[in-house]
Design a protein around this ligand. Structure first.
Ligand SMILES: Cc1cc2nc3c(=O)[nH]c(=O)nc-3n(C[C@H](O)[C@H](O)[C@H](O)COP(=O)(O)OP(=O)(O)OC[C@H]3O[C@@H](n4cnc5c(N)ncnc54)[C@H](O)[C@@H]3O)c2cc1C
Ligand code: FES
Ligand code: FES
Length: 470
């Protein structure tokens, strides 16, 4: 109860007396492992990246994640590798060698790039280097061209590569956890960190600690911990609940567990839901998507969260679960007011359900200051079906950033339903859309800008759809 055990660079370590809010990055640096750097402490720069070993069939794989957003307590029973663990004695790792050929100047970002590159280097079945692997790493002095050159110069791991051999073996089996540093430390407040192994166990913990903080990937929560000094006397890690890990494709719907990471969902779907395939790369970075979940994105109830616009367009519903059973709620009824949801006390999101068949034409637009790794000013998800005569037979428009909650544009949908898909209908619908919401001014964009964007995005969708159906 008073210790956390995990594998660090292949060695077992036991840690005691550590505040459960401590991040992996902070702890590593306290131990003198200062290869991982702190640039921002909020998941934006990737200087802190570390590698987590995750199950993959009969073996395992390495996933690069932000050490600044990973709680040390959530490492219990897991295996983590840092930049220090990649070199073989005095010999550099092939990725480090490649980066030395012009990919590094001041070197501050370099360990993070090396870690993200190593995850891609060991990806099974890799033919070409996927630059998405580096989407969460920033460099302010070298420029990205030599870094890309380093990435593209990488070959395959040699036959006796120690990490490649490790990946042929399974990842450690992660068990339930009840950790309290107070047993061994003099922290002022009693603190607990639980990791239940089933929903039944979770509900028992919740019955004793009703205001415990639920933590999934931690990519929202740990930013609060780092930047606003948020603290929760009791945290419950949802990361290893089998009931939140479902991935199934039935005749009626596709179900994605609330605890499945976005990278895992992306890999499993393999583009079978085109709207999500278009959406995933616009969501944060690979480092963040390796931890972030749908449950966490919807759980924040942010009006600018990016999953609601696409899930609204897909007509999704949520499976909610509590000790008294399950219920299904349409996503359009889930957000009740600013940062408020239909979740009852003791209830959590178990899964997202996307009904089948999908509407055949769809698009996701995200207006943000940077194309990658940025927060939406306005986001729109659209899915539509046209009849053989070219009229709109079904349409769903989901929006973020234009109201206190994510919303469906019902009036605009009604204005388009049954209409021919042509310029005159679209001009009228764009006017309806611009009048349907009263966005606010903030530092990301004025109300007038957001309103103008709404009309423009609908028009963009029109121009990107073929005039007549094939
Ligand atoms: C650098 C950076 C970039 C980001 N970019 C984007 C972006 O492009 N688009 C975007 O939308 N967001 C973005 N985010 C925000 C964040 O990554 C997402 O909201 C993410 O989906 C949160 O998931 P998580 O599992 O990490 O949630 P956590 O941080 O673990 O939890 C978030 C909240 O949800 C609650 N929660 C978690 N799981 C459940 C559940 N199953 N049921 C009920 N409540 C639950 C938690 O209690 C907590 O209040 C970004 C964050 C960072 C740090
Ligand atoms: S320190 Fe910048 S992403 Fe972690
Ligand atoms: S080498 Fe200086 S920040 Fe990248």
């Amino acid at each position: 109860m008073g210790e956390i055990g995990f594998w660090l660079n292949g060695q077992k370590v036991q840690v005691a007396g550590v505040d459960p809010h401590t991040t992996v990055l902070a702890w590593l640096r306290q131990q003198g492992l200062t290869g991982s750097k702190e640039g921002c402490a909020e998941g934006e720069c990737g200087a802190c990246a570390v590698l987590l070993l995750r199950p993959d069939g009969s073996g395992s794989r390495l996933e690069a994640v932000n050490g600044c957003l990973l709680l040390l307590s959530s490492l219990a029973g897991q295996e983590v590798w840092t930049v220090e663990g990649l070199a073989r004695g005095k010999a550099l790792h092939p990725v480090q060698e490649a980066m030395l050929q012009g990919g590094s100047q001041c070197g501050y970002c370099t360990p993070g790039f090396v870690v993200s590159m190593a995850a891609e280097y060991y990806r099974k079945g890799r033919q070409e280097f996927d630059l998405e692997a580096l989407s969460g790493n920033l460099c302010r002095c070298t420029g990205y061209r030599p870094i890309k050159a380093a990435a593209f110069s990488l070959g395959q791991p040699p036959e006796h590569d120690p990490l490649a051999r490790r990946l042929a073996q399974p990842a450690p089996v992660v068990e339930s956890l009840d950790y309290s540093p107070s047993v061994t430390s003099t922290l002022p407040q009693a603190q607990r960190f639980f990791r239940p192994g089933s929903l039944r166990e979770l509900f028992q913990i919740q019955a004793e600690h009703p205001s415990a903080k639920l933590v999934a990937g931690g990519t929202d929560w740990v930013v609060e911990v780092n930047q606003r000094f948020a603290r929760a006397p009791v945290q419950i890690d949802l990361g290893h609940l089998p009931e939140l890990q479902s991935l199934s494709w039935t005749h009626e719907y596709v179900e994605i567990g609330a605890g499945v990471t976005l990278s895992e969902a992306e890999r499993w779907l393999q583009g079978r839901i085109p709207l999500l395939a278009e959406w995933f790369p616009r969501f944060a970075s690979r480092l963040i998507r390796n931890r972030a979940t749908f449950g966490g994105n919807l759980g924040t109830a942010s009006p600018i969260g990016d999953s609601p616009p696409v899930l609204l367009a897909l007509g999704a519903s949520l499976v909610l679960v509590s000790a008294s059973g399950e219920r299904e709620v349409a996503l359009e009824h889930f957000f009740t007011a600013y940062r408020q949801t239909a979740l009852r006390p003791g209830e959590l999101i178990k899964a997202v359900r996307i009904p089948l068949p999908l509407l055949p034409e769809s698009c996701f637009y995200k207006v943000s200051k940077r194309p990658m790794d940025d927060i939406s000013t306005v986001a729109m998800g659209i899915a539509m079906q046209r009849s053989s005569t070219g009229r709109v037979e079904a349409i769903r428009i989901g929006l973020g950033g234009v109201a206190a909650t994510p919303v469906r544009a019902y009036q605009t949908e009604a204005a388009l339903l049954g209409q021919p898909w042509e310029e005159s209908s679209l001009r009228k619908a764009a006017q309806v859309l611009k009048a349907e919401f009263k966005p606010i001014d903030d530092h990301r964009g004025s109300a007038a800008y957001r309103t103008a964007m709404l009309g423009n995005l609908l028009w963009k969708f029109y121009t990107e759809t073929p005039e007549v159906l094939a």
